[in-house]
Design a protein around this ligand. Structure first.
Ligand code: NI
Length: 262
């Protein structure tokens, strides 16, 4: 059985001491495709370095709403996007992301967040790549942008999707994929309705490691091995075998990220 971890952060400093060991370990455990997501220019560069080093790792490049330098005129600051654009062209960069809106951590700069989100969707459209969306406490503005302001031509995915049925309904209607992480396993989570709302051909699984370790290992540093717990939870809810969840999410991710299976 093989798994595709569609969103990880092996570019995070929490992996600085044993990055290569853990990557080899999770590959041997059957996690044979991994996307490492950038969230600012530096982390995007590191994601590309990992993608160059390991054939089974792919990168995304983007500036997340939580990584906008404070107190500047960003994203009118031209250098930020000028630095990002050439990175996003790299052949192993499979999407622009993670990008989006986060009103949980940042309420003060909503207009700038929206502007940066739109500019990065334009970048993805110019490069014919999908987008990886981070949306937290910003459902209506996220949907409004994707529905009414700018179309993501190559589609994309709501990563670590909030357990919000309305958001998922709208996202699926717009053709987006939905990616679930360890948070669906949390004791307090009620993911059933949300998961049942997503058609099988639109589901992805991820860890968002080193963060969001599933319930059984909660509080520990997360890694791609634990994506199996996410797959198991989906299997339980959808009354499927875990093998089937592994296979469909693998194929979905390859299709969305345009990865040729060889
Ligand atoms: Ni992330």
């Amino acid at each position: 059985m093989e798994f595709f971890d569609s969103h990880s952060h092996y570019n995070d400093e929490k992996f600085n001491t044993d990055r290569d060991n853990i990557i080899k370990e999770v590959f041997e455990e059957g996690i044979t495709r991994i996307v490492c997501a950038g969230y600012n220019v530096e982390s995007s560069k590191l994601a590309i370095q990992l993608a160059e080093k390991y054939s089974f790792i792919y990168a995304t490049c983007g500036i997340s709403p939580n990584d906008m330098p404070e107190g500047t005129g960003l994203p009118r600051e031209p250098s930020l996007l000028a630095d990002l654009s050439p990175l996003a062209e790299h052949p192993k960069v499979v999407a622009v992301g993670e990008i989006g809106l986060d009103y949980y951590w940042n309420k003060e700069n909503k207009e700038l967040q929206k502007e940066l989100f739109i500019k990065q969707i334009e970048l993805a459209n110019n490069l014919n790549k999908p987008i990886v969306i981070h949306s937290r406490d910003a459902v209506s503005d996220t949907i409004d942008i994707l529905k009414n302001k700018i179309k993501a031509k190559q589609g994309g995915v709501f990563h670590c999707c909030p357990l919000n049925v309305e958001l998922v309904k709208e996202a699926v209607k717009l053709g987006f994929y939905i990616s679930f992480s360890g948070n669906i396993t949390f004791k307090t989570a009620k993911p059933e309705n949300v998961i049942l709302e997503v058609p099988n051909d639109k589901i992805l699984i991820e860890t968002d490691c080193p963060y969001l370790a599933p319930q059984a290992v909660r509080g520990k540093r997360n890694n791609s091995k634990y994506v199996k717990m996410v797959a198991q939870k989906i299997a339980d809810i959808k009354q499927m075998e875990i093998e089937e969840v592994a296979e469909i999410t693998y194929k979905n991710a390859e299709k969305m990220f345009n990865i040729i299976n060889n």
